[in-house]
Design a protein around this ligand. Structure first.
Ligand code: ZN
Length: 202
């Protein structure tokens, strides 16, 4: 399986990092080894001193597809969750400066926190509220009505380049409020009132 991530998909987050709002989705990938196993803590790696949390809604692909038409895209995912796209911001800044690829800043081991999946049917895809609590306090809040590129558009766009397989995950971008994690922190991810992950940083 693969994880496809979308960067700068909420205008307020693009602004907070001084990035332009994109005209096309900005895509990058994480390998399956990036998934943090459930109930394990995240161990702060030694190659970075500025790892940021980015809370994102996740789609789980439920059928194979290539060049999916936008009008059929909703059939390609049945479950959603919330997770963290952990990002070594210090390394990413150096990569950006040199025009280098981002993998070592974005795709390292355990950089993809994936919550429990819930059926999408309970939600209107263009009106899903999600949030992240850091040490019990609200840190990030998002609503899919603010997405620059909605889920159907993303699936259609991504599948032009990358064939989608059952089990692939799409991280759909983070809203504003990203920040550094610290050893000892606890992070909880929610869709609506439902808590879908709870991790500790060690
Ligand atoms: Zn992200």
């Amino acid at each position: 399986m693969k994880i496809i991530c979308v960067g700068r998909n909420y205008a307020d987050h693009a602004k907070e990092l001084n990035n332009p709002v994109p005209k096309k989705p900005l895509l990058f990938m994480k390998p399956s080894t990036a998934i943090l196993h459930k109930k394990r803590p995240f161990y702060y790696p030694d190659f970075s001193t500025n790892i940021h949390y980015e809370a994102e809604l996740i789609l789980k692909i439920c059928r194979n597809g290539k060049c999916v038409e936008e009008k059929f895209a909703h059939k390609y995912y049945e479950e959603i969750s919330v997770g963290l796209d952990l990002t070594a911001r210090d390394i990413q800044a150096k990569c950006k400066e040199k025009g280098h690829p981002w993998e070592i800043a974005k795709a390292f081991d355990n950089s993809a926190v994936v919550g429990a999946f819930i059926p999408k049917d309970d939600w209107d895809p263009n009106n899903i509220q999600f949030s992240l609590k850091k040490n019990g306090t609200l840190a990030q809040q998002g609503d899919t009505k603010d997405l620059i590129f909605n889920f159907d558009y993303l699936i259609a766009y991504i599948s032009r380049f990358f064939k989608l397989h059952v089990g692939d995950l799409i991280f759909t971008g983070t809203p504003a409020g990203v920040g550094p994690i610290e050893i000892g922190d606890q992070y909880e991810g929610f869709i609506g009132e439902q808590r879908l992950f709870n991790i500790e940083v060690k």
